[in-house]
Write a protein that binds this ligand. Structure first.
Ligand code: 3HC
Length: 633
């Protein structure tokens, strides 16, 4: 057997799963485990079996890479039935994580011991699924439906300590978990016939059922549009009302249906894409990142200040640089105010606020960047300004320092050309608000050194970001696609839609915000300035800016924000202005359904994504998805 080692401890068999990296229950492991259980069952010298695991996980669950392919025997539910039906007790020795099918293996055992650092959970809902190997039937029988249902609905794993409180495990040990499991196995042997979860109905009382139904009603109100949440309710209801075998059949049918749901497919795609982005084409583990102990950020505006906070939040000292005292004072005040809000909300302690503020050193003049291992320029979005800064930095920073620009659109090699060390120059494009948004586009121009890219990626992770390496090209990936959407949204207004209809279609689709609410939040003047610098126009957007309606900061933009409101109200003046522009352009306005609007907004983005891939600006389709999930919600 390749994935399971079978050993004996007197009359106890120990089956140790060893299927790196995380002991996922692929076909080989299922087959080996089935054999180990059968061998132990038929060996007259064996009284019980302990299922243990090597490595950092007990079992991470079913093997995702098999999902969507024709299933190959032995099937997980059958394997678990065999473990549970064995005349000899089985005990799970849980170290690391027991997730999904991994916890279901443990639930099919007759006893469970967890190491104190173990985490146990059924995270299937996070993948658009429900547990599919008896979890929805066995967990309620073990801990009651009232406790099992919320655990499966959140998908959040619990600690070993909490698992003990819930009755999910029999014992928690800080010592040798296998030795403790062997001891429990011996105890179970002395007790005689093992207790099977399928027969255990003691917790399924009418009070438990009532509590579960109340929780289910609440979940229906909150998540009625989530097919997996509704399926979970149905499966748990089957557990509390039907015999075990029938409940299991209900669960299986629901699980199989969800597996084919495009939402679940998408979530599984994201799981792998999130891990794939760590592999940067052409940069292997032999490329070592440069050490980063000190940073400097040039420009204390909204972006620069947010980036400086990222460093401070990660415990890295940072010098924040401006050209004038008044500007740096403003920048520091803004940062202090943001931290203050966190303290007021209770998400930051005053001590931590002080510690973070102390890590940010305000300075006037670029010479203050001299000691930095990395300098991030977040100055005005104009090539001349950027080149001036990169030229000045050349004479100031130490050899080997990394020079990054936070530009959203501009050509990195042109910025780097102002400098004698282009191999140390790349883009690090943060998203606003930089201290909050997870996305970090790392722009890799031709000629940048591999270890500079590796350093930016490693630093991005240290800053708590999701770093995605992209190629150089106007707007990189995210903003280049966004521009297509912005243009389509403007065209929709002229053709007959209104801002709230366009925004509503996108939020209905799942985005947190539509393009006009987003522009009002970011400031309509930003796009206006960019258009002007590129000699471009947008009739509605320009007219709104000409009225001085820059968005939330001026109290009105595409919407009205009376008394500093954060969400906008429809503005009859804006709607009249749009109608006037349609008339001026000779357009007869017409109605659009949400579906029409979505197609007009999203199809051009999909096409642009395809072009981005074709040009190699993004390495893989999944990289684009990770960018959109983390940068644009
Ligand atoms: N199937 C296949 N591969 C998996 C996997 C799984 N269930 N879980 C993790 N992996 C792979 C990852 O893709 C990654 O591969 P890579 O190195 O080639 O990129 C490798 O294992 C290591 O994973 P991580 O990088 O995520 O390692 P961490 O140590 O950070 O995290 C973990 C480990 C907590 C186990 C995390 O991987 C995780 O949460 N995995 C998913 C757990 C899960 O959702 N299980 C439920 C599965 S569905 C199920 O069981 C259905 C059942 O009810 C029938």
């Amino acid at each position: 057997m390749e994935t399971v080692r079978l050993a004996r401890h007197g009359e106890i068999a120990i089956a140790t799963i060893d299927n790196p990296p995380v002991n996922a229950l692929g076909q080989a492991l299922r087959s080996d485990l089935a054999r180990a259980v059968a061998d132990a069952g038929s060996d007259p010298g064996i009284a019980a079996i302990v299922i243990a695991a090597a490595g950092r996980a007990f079992i991470a669950g079913a093997d995702f890479s098999e999902f969507g392919k024709p299933p190959v025997a032995p099937f997980l539910p059958d394997l678990l039935d065999a473990i549970e039906a064995s005349p000899k007790p089985g005990v799970a020795a849980i170290q690391g994580v027991a997730l999904g099918g991994g916890l279901e293996v443990a639930l099919s055992c007759h006893g469970r011991v967890a190491s104190s650092a173990a985490m146990l959970g059924l995270p299937e809902v996070k993948l658009g699924l429900i547990p599919g190997a008896g979890g929805t039937q066995r967990l309620p029988r073990l801990i009651g439906a009232a406790k099992a249902f919320p655990m499966m609905l959140s998908g959040e794993p619990v600690t070993a300590g909490r698992a003990l409180e819930l009755g999910l495990v029999d014992e928690v040990t800080g010592g040798d978990v296998v030795a403790a499991a062997v001891a429990l196995a011996r105890t179970l042997v002395t007790r005689g016939a093992p207790v099977r979860q399928r027969d255990a109905t003691v917790r399924l009382t009418s009070a438990d059922r009532e509590t579960f139904e109340a929780l289910a009603a609440d979940a229906t109100k909150k998540s009625g549009d989530m097919p997996n949440a509704m399926a979970l309710i149905e499966a748990v209801r089957a557990a509390v009302t039907l015999p075990f075998a029938e409940g299991l059949a209900v669960e299986r049918a629901l699980f199989t249906k969800l597996l084919a749901d495009p939402r679940s497919k998408a979530l599984r795609h994201v799981f792998f894409a999130e891990r794939e982005i760590a592999r940067v084409p052409g940069i292997g583990s032999e490329v070592k990142p440069r050490p980063i102990a000190k940073a400097a950020v040039i420009g204390a505006g909204t972006m620069g200040g947010g980036i400086a906070m990222c460093f401070a939040n990660a415990g890295i000292p940072v010098t924040l640089i401006e050209t004038q005292k008044a500007q740096i004072d403003n920048g520091m005040n803004r940062i202090a105010a943001i931290y203050e809000m966190s303290v007021a909300r209770g998400s930051l302690t005053p001590a931590l606020r002080d510690q973070r503020l102390a890590l940010i050193t305000p300075a006037v003049g670029i010479a203050a960047a001299a000691k930095a291992d990395i300098v991030i320029e977040a100055a005005f979005e104009e090539m001349g300004v950027k080149q001036q800064i990169f030229s000045a930095l050349d004479a100031i920073v130490k050899p080997g320092a990394i020079l990054a620009s936070n530009t959203s659109y501009l050509d990195i090699p042109t910025i780097a050309a102002a400098n004698t060390r282009p191999a140390d120059v790349l883009g690090m494009h943060f998203f606003s608000p930089a201290n909050v948004m997870k996305l970090l586009e790392i722009v890799r121009p031709a000629g940048v050194a591999d270890d500079v890219v590796a350093t930016a990626v490693a630093l991005g992770r240290r800053l708590g970001k999701v770093p995605v390496v992209v190629g150089n090209g106007f707007g990189f990936v995210g903003n280049r696609m966004l521009e297509q959407r912005t243009r389509a949204a403007e065209r929709l207004l002229i053709a007959g839609a209104l801002p709230h209809e366009v925004d509503g279609a996108l939020t209905g689709f799942g985005f947190k915000m539509g393009p006009f609410a987003m522009s009002d939040l970011a400031g309509n003047d930003i796009g206006w300035r960019t258009r002007k610098s590129r000699g471009k126009t947008a009739a509605v957007a320009d007219a709104i800016c000409e009225c001085g309606w820059f968005g939330q900061k001026t109290g009105r933009g595409y919407y009205l924000y009376p008394d500093g409101a954060r969400s906008g109200e429809r503005d009859p003046e804006v709607e009249a202005l749009i109608a006037r522009i349609s008339a001026e352009q000779g357009v007869t306005r017409r109605n659009f359904t949400a579906e029409d609007i979505l197609a007009r907004l999203l199809d051009p983005m999909v096409n642009e994504g395809a072009r981005i891939l074709e040009e190699g600006i993004a390495a893989r389709p999944g990289d684009i998805d990770i960018i959109w999930l983390n940068g644009y919600n």
